[in-house]
Design a protein around this ligand. Structure first.
Ligand SMILES: C[S@@+](CC[C@H](N)C(=O)[O-])C[C@H]1O[C@@H](n2cnc3c(N)ncnc32)[C@H](O)[C@@H]1O
Length: 259
C-alpha cells in the first residue's frame, strides 16, 4: 500500500514487475475526492495522465495487461475522453486488445431528457462505462496452467465483452468505488494466481481486495490519506480463497514527492 502520488510511486517500482494494472483515474469532472482537486485544464489533465501511462509501461512485464476504466463525460461537458486516452496509450506503444462495455443498468434513474419526444435536442445518456484493455509489447502473458483459476463458465461469460454489472452500492465514503465483480472478472481473465496486480489510483482499495482474495500480490496507490486508511482496513480484513497461496496483509508506505 503506497500513500503518495501515482507517478512518484510508479517511478519507485522496479521495471517489469507488474502483470496486470487495473485503474480508474480521476476524470477531471470536479468530483469531490478527499485531498485532490479534480478540476484541471483539459490539456494539462491529458498530459498528466499520459506521463502516468508512460511510467506504467516501464513497470509492466512483457505481455502485462492494463485495464483502464473510463466513464463517458457528462452531457454538457461531453468529450470523447475514451478516444483521447486510447490515442495517447497507443501512441506510447501500448497494444490495444479490446474494449469492454460495462453496462450499469441505471436507466431507471434518468431525469435529463433534453427535449422530450422531440428531435430538437434530445439526449442519449450513457448507462455504461468502458474498460479499455491494452498489453505491453506482446499479446501473451506466460504462466503456469496450475495457476489458472477462471472456470469454463466464467471464461465464456467474460469473453463476451458486454458486462452487465450494477454500480457499487456501498460507497464507503468514496465518490467512485469499483464493484468487486468488475475487478474479479478482469483479475481472473487477465492474470494468474501469484501474479502482481496494481491500481495506481486505488481509492478504497477494491482492486487490492479482490487481488488478495484471489491469491494475487497487490499494489495499491492513492494520494489521499483518508482513502489509504480505508483501503488498509478493507484489505487487511480480506482472506485469500482456499487453494491459493496466502497473500500477506498490507504494509503502508509513505512516499514524498521528489520535486
Ligand atoms: C476514480 S477514483 C478510484 C476509485 C477506486 N477504483 C475504488 O474502487 O475505490 C480515483 C482515485 O485517484 C486518487 N488520486 C487522485 N490524484 C492522485 C494522484 N496524483 N496519485 C494517486 N492517486 C490519486 C483519488 O484520491 C481517488 O481515490
Amino acid at each position: 500500500m503506497i500513500h503518495g502520488d501515482a507517478r512518484e510511486a510508479l517511478r519507485r517500482l522496479p521495471a517489469s514487475s507488474v502483470h496486470l494494472a487495473v485503474t480508474s483515474p480521476p476524470y477531471n469532472l470536479r468530483i469531490p475526492y478527499a485531498g485532490y482537486s479534480d478540476d484541471r485544464a483539459h490539456v494539462e489533465y491529458l498530459a498528466w495522465l499520459r506521463s502516468v501511462w508512460g511510467d506504467l509501461l516501464r513497470v509492466l512485464v512483457p505481455g502485462g495487461r492494463f485495464a483502464l476504466n473510463v466513464a463517458p463525460t457528462s452531457i454538457k461537458a461531453f468529450r470523447p475522453i475514451h478516444h483521447e486516452l486510447t490515442a495517447d496509450l497507443r501512441d506510447l506503444g501500448f497494444i490495444m486488445r479490446t474494449e469492454v462495455i460495462w453496462y450499469k443498468q441505471t436507466m431507471g434513474r434518468r431525469t435529463a431528457w433534453g427535449s422530450w419526444r422531440s428531435p430538437s435536442n434530445p439526449h442519449i445518456i450513457p448507462s455504461w462505462e468502458y474498460v479499455l484493455i491494452f498489453s505491453k509489447g506482446q499479446w501473451n502473458l506466460p504462466g503456469r496452467k496450475e495457476d489458472i483459476d477462471v472456470t469454463s463458465e466464467e471464461f465464456q461469460k467474460i469473453s463476451d465483452g458486454f458486462w452487465q454489472i450494477p454500480p457499487e452500492r456501498s460507497r464507503r465514503g468514496h465518490p467512485a468505488p469499483f464493484p468487486e465483480e468488475l475487478i474479479e472478472r478482469l483479475v481472473k481473465f487477465y492474470s494468474y494466481r501469484g501474479n502482481t496486480v496494481l491500481d495506481m489510483f486505488g481509492g478504497t482499495g477494491t482492486v487490492a481486495v479482490v487481488a488478495r482474495r484471489l491469491g494475487r500480490h497487490y499494489l495499491n496507490v492513492d494520494a489521499s490519506q483518508e482513502y489509504c486508511d480505508l483501503a488498509l482496513r478493507r484489505i487487511t480484513s480480506t482472506a485469500t480463497v482456499a487453494g491459493a497461496t496466502t497473500i500477506p496483509p498490507p504494509r503502508l508506505v509513505e512516499i514524498e514527492p521528489t520535486s
